[in-house]
Design a protein around this ligand. Structure first.
Ligand code: GLN
Length: 245
């Protein structure tokens, strides 16, 4: 299907609290990759307390946050839980990073107390000793290229049988033990790969754009290829540096 005349609306949830490591870069990447293909794109930022009409949104981004910010933002998230759940169950596209990923689940238990999650995906997170901080490389079924990034989290996430985002080739992943990273549920991706996840992994960016367009317009969408040679070169470098010496 031709993507000309199509339009996507991205909802950036609570950047006033969840915006660790420049999550806005992920929004810029989604926007640019749409615009370069002639797909109209707009982003609406919702700060805590704002009304959100999920029926107007095609992609939702939940960014990372410190434990403190997560404990505050959780109250606002719980107020929109049922609309957010309907959006997810209806195939709405979500990319949730780090603190946002943890909040997709039932709860995040920290030494300071319990943070209630959105319960959109049947997963849970518990803080354990030491932080998992390193580069990370994954093999994900969703894309051909390895997924590369950086992780920094104290929480360990347990999937309760849900599908992971990828198999860890280098790094710690969800809990440092299972060998898996992130979660995929319907059109939701949750991941610990923060910062420039999408600019570094254009294929993940395009996966989200394609899923959102297919949900909105129906049928199979084939995106015009873009010149990702620099990203591929960087990806290859990281893969060989950390996975295959
Ligand atoms: N506060 C959470 C943790 O430390 C998530 C941190 C983050 O978003 N990087 O596990």
């Amino acid at each position: 299907m031709e993507t000309k005349d199509m339009k996507l609306t991205i909802g950036h949830l609570y950047p006033d609290l969840l915006n660790l490591y420049g999550d806005r870069g992920n929004i810029a990447c989604l926007m640019k990759r749409c615009i370069w293909r002639g797909i109209e794109a707009e982003t609406i930022e919702f700060n805590t307390g704002d009304q959100i009409d999920f029926s107007k949104l095609d992609i939702v981004l939940l960014g990372g946050g410190s434990d403190r910010e997560q404990a505050i933002v959780c109250k606002s998230l719980l107020e929109i839980q049922s609309e957010f759940k309907d959006y997810v169950e209806d195939g709405g596209v979500v990319i949730a990073v780090c603190g946002g990923y943890q909040l997709l689940g039932k709860y995040y238990k920290t030494d300071a107390g319990m943070i209630e999650g959105l319960n959109l995906v049947d997963i849970y997170t518990e803080q354990e000793e030491g932080r998992l901080i390193d580069n990370i490389v994954l093999d994900s079924e969703l894309v051909d290229m390895p997924v590369v990034g950086f992780e920094n989290h104290g929480g360990r996430t347990y999937l309760n049988g849900n599908k992971p985002f990828g198999k860890v080739l280098y790094g710690a992943g969800n809990d440092g033990k299972s060998g898996y990273e992130g979660v995929v549920y319907k059109n939701v991706i949750g991941t610990y790969l923060h910062g420039p996840l999408l600019p570094k992994n254009p294929q993940v960016s395009d996966y989200l754009i394609r899923k959102a367009l297919e949900r909105k317009y129906g049928g199979e969408v084939i995106l015009t290829p873009l010149d990702d040679s620099q990203e591929k070169e960087a990806n290859d470098y990281i893969y060989h540096r950390f996975v295959k010496e």
